[in-house]
Write a protein that binds this ligand. Structure first.
Ligand code: C2E
Ligand code: MG
Ligand code: MG
Length: 639
């Protein structure tokens, strides 16, 4: 910088010096040589021209010098800046986390940076003069590299994901950008590749995918992955004209194990079930956990129903073997719903829905079995949807009715109580059974309103009978298992008793065995509170659940109602006879009353009476009927 100014200053001083010398000398010479003023004027004019010319020459020289100085300075400055830029580039090049590799146009490596060495494990002396093909992983086809170079040639740049091999032999993914560099004349001179190791990102990505598509407890595919795989399987089956089967598996009463032994054991059991199921199937079968205790199996080649049924049976039998978990020997039963492609459904969604309907059927017909999907089931499902829409309206339009079924004392044959059973008087379909709409009401939440309404009606009717002088010990009302665990039940019962003025001892609440056993601790607390109100408690459908007798003993219950399934075979079916005997003995030993339902024949009543059963209910005594049709004088003789 200073050199430029120094040069410029020197040029300016030189010009000044010339000017002074010229002026002084020309003035002196003119004065001494010419006396004649006209002559002097002429010479002064010539002198002036010469001066202008000389000045112009000097200025030209000085300017040229100055420009030369300035040009030199600019070049110097440029060189300095270039040097600085190179220094910075070298620092960036070396400090960057991205690996950098430079090749010449012959494809030989001429430069690598420190990050390159760290990522690849190679030192610069290992690779300089070599070709980048040294790092090939073998994962890409030759077409991949051909396409890469074609892009480079046409656009001068390529970026993408590429798998390379480290010095250790490990294959890893990298994100790479390659750029063609040209020299000052615009001719290609080098290729510069900048890349970063993306194995960590890839691993996280893989982990995320695994988490999103697998059940964390059992590590089986979840619903999302199952659906995805099933879609692919169906597409392939369609192409190859094969049949597939979808089995939906549900563990019976798993909740009981969870509740009684704790979630840790429940989880371990689910894991063990998953392992056992996985060991049953080979390739061509996808097993998944859809949630809770629900698993699904897709058999990709299952041409006939018989194969699917055999598979279901194999699963049921396989899971029957006890599981040993933390010293507990656990037995589980399984229900399975089967749906077939293409005969039952063409899409995964429909197959799942059908298998679910079939599973519902398997569960409702006694569990521990498999059921096949049928057209009928769809009609049922359709009906369930319609019912759920119409039920709300039925409540508002007062289409529900309460019928009462007589309960007789078996010893005296006297009618001593009634069970209130709800019906729906549908304007088109006639009287609809609660078996049809109660499960729907339970699912839609309308059950709370229905049960509250039935309870209110039954209590009011009981008060009416009492006013009319009819002597009845109790009116029994069914309480849905969905409501039994709720705290509001206590308030609701208290409110109804308060509103109607019925003596609490005249109201009996029937709770199913499974409702009690679903959450025994809550049930116990609820029952104690209800007992404090003074109402009677009965366990309905006894024998169908999985009661722990120890728990049963702790419950403040006055009555066990033998499920009608065990009464149906009496007195000839030995099994039913044995079960009824045991239940009667059990109830007696715990100081409870025994009540048999579903008595349709006198022999059944006689057998039960003989065994010491206290109360009987069934078509033989009387069907459920409107209050005004009950015959109070009826006391059929059993013997
Ligand atoms: P449940 O409480 O066990 O009622 C007894 C069922 O057996 C009644 O069926 C009754 O009509 C029927 N039954 C009585 N005697 C005989 C017989 O001799 N033979 C045969 N085959 N059946 C007999 P229903 O009225 O269809 O009720 C079915 C179930 O619906 C009831 O079973 C109960 O669980 C539920 N339910 C009925 N009303 C209500 C209600 O108001 N609220 C709730 N939550 N559930 C109700
Ligand atoms: Mg009942
Ligand atoms: Mg019952």
């Amino acid at each position: 910088m200073s050199a430029i100014y120094r040069d410029a200053l020197r040029a300016a001083l030189l010009y000044l010096l010339f000017s002074v010398v010229w002026l002084l000398s020309s003035g002196y010479l003119l004065n001494s040589f010419f006396d004649d003023s006209a002559e002097r004027m002429r010479w002064q004019l010539i002198n002036g021209y010469l001066w202008v010319l000389l000045s112009a020459g000097l200025i030209f020289i000085a300017r040229a010098r100055l420009l030369r100085c300035l040009g030199l300075g600019a070049r110097l400055r440029q060189r300095e800046a270039d040097r600085e830029r190179l220094r910075q580039a070298a620092a960036v090049f070396d400090c960057t986390h991205e690996g950098v590799l430079v090749t010449n146009m012959q494809g030989l490596i001429v430069h690598v940076n420190r990050a390159f060495m760290q990522i690849t494990g190679y030192q610069s002396e290992d690779v300089l003069g070599q070709r980048p093909s040294l790092f090939k992983s073998g994962r890409h086809h030759p077409e991949f590299y051909q396409a890469m170079f074609a892009t480079l040639r046409t656009s001068g740049e390529w970026s993408g994901e590429i798998w390379n091999r480290r010095k250790s032999g490990e294959i890893y993914p990298q994100w790479q950008t390659i750029r063609l560099v040209r020299d000052e004349d615009g001719h290609p001179s080098h290729y510069v590749a900048v890349f970063s190791d993306i194995s960590a990102i890839k691993n996280s990505e893989r982990e995320l995918m695994r988490l999103a598509h697998h059940d964390p407890l059992t590590d089986l595919p979840n619903r999302l992955l199952f659906t995805d795989r099933a879609e692919q399987a169906l597409a392939s089956a369609q192409l190859h004209k094969r049949g597939c089967a979808l089995l939906m598996i549900d563990l019976d009463h798993f909740k009981m194990i969870n509740d009684s032994l704790g979630h840790t054991i429940g989880d371990q059991l689910l894991k063990a079930v998953a392992e056992r199921l996985a060991a049953m199937f080979g390739p061509g079968v996808t097993l998944a956990r859809l949630g809770g205790d629900e698993f699904a199996v897709l058999a990709e080649s299952c041409p006939q129903l018989v194969q699917a049924a055999a598979m279901a049976q194999r699963i049921i039998d396989g899971l029957k073997e006890p599981f040993l978990i933390e010293g507990h020997q656990l037995f589980i039963n399984t229900s399975i719903g089967i749906s077939l492609f293409p005969s039952d459904a063409l899409s995964v969604e429909q197959l799942l829905r059908n298998a679910d309907s079939a599973l519902f059927k398997a569960k409702s017909t006694g569990r521990n079995d498999y059921a096949l999907y049928t057209e009928e089931l769809t009609a049922h499902a359709q009906q369930r949807v319609e019912i759920s829409f119409e039920l709300r309206r039925a409540l508002d339009l007062n289409e529900l009715r309460v019928h009462y079924q007589p309960v007789h004392d078996l010893k005296t044959s006297r009618l001593i109580g009634v069970e209130a059973l709800v019906r729906w008087e549908h304007p088109q379909r006639g009287l609809i059974s609660p078996a049809e709409f109660i499960p729907v009401a339970e699912r839609t939440g309308l059950i709370a309103e229905i049960d509250a309404w039935v309870m209110g009606q039954a209590c009011r009717q009981m008060c009416q009978w009492q006013e009319d002088g009819v002597v009845l010990s109790f009116v029994a009302v069914n309480v849905s298992s969905r409501l039994f665990a709720r705290r509001e039940l206590y308030q609701q019962v208290a409110q109804v008793l308060h509103d109607t003025g019925l003596a609490p001892a005249c109201l009996e609440l029937e709770v199913t065995e499974s409702a009690v056993m679903d959450d025994p601790e809550v049930a116990l607390e609820q029952m104690h509170r209800l007992r404090e109100l003074g109402v009677r408690l009965a366990i309905d459908d006894f024998g169908t659940g999985y009661s722990s007798l120890l728990r049963l003993k702790r419950l403040p219950v006055q009555k066990l109602k033998i499920d009608q399934g065990f009464v149906a075979g009496l007195p000839w079916d030995e099994n039913d006879a044995a079960i009824s005997r045991v239940i009667i003995a059990l109830a007696q030993s715990m100081g409870m009353q025994v009540h048999a339902e579903g008595i349709e024949q006198v022999e059944q009543a006689a057998f039960l009476l003989e065994q010491g059963c206290d109360l009987g209910q069934g078509y033989w005594f009387g069907r459920p009927m409107p209050a005004q049709q009950l015959d109070w004088s009826r006391a059929p003789a059993i013997k």
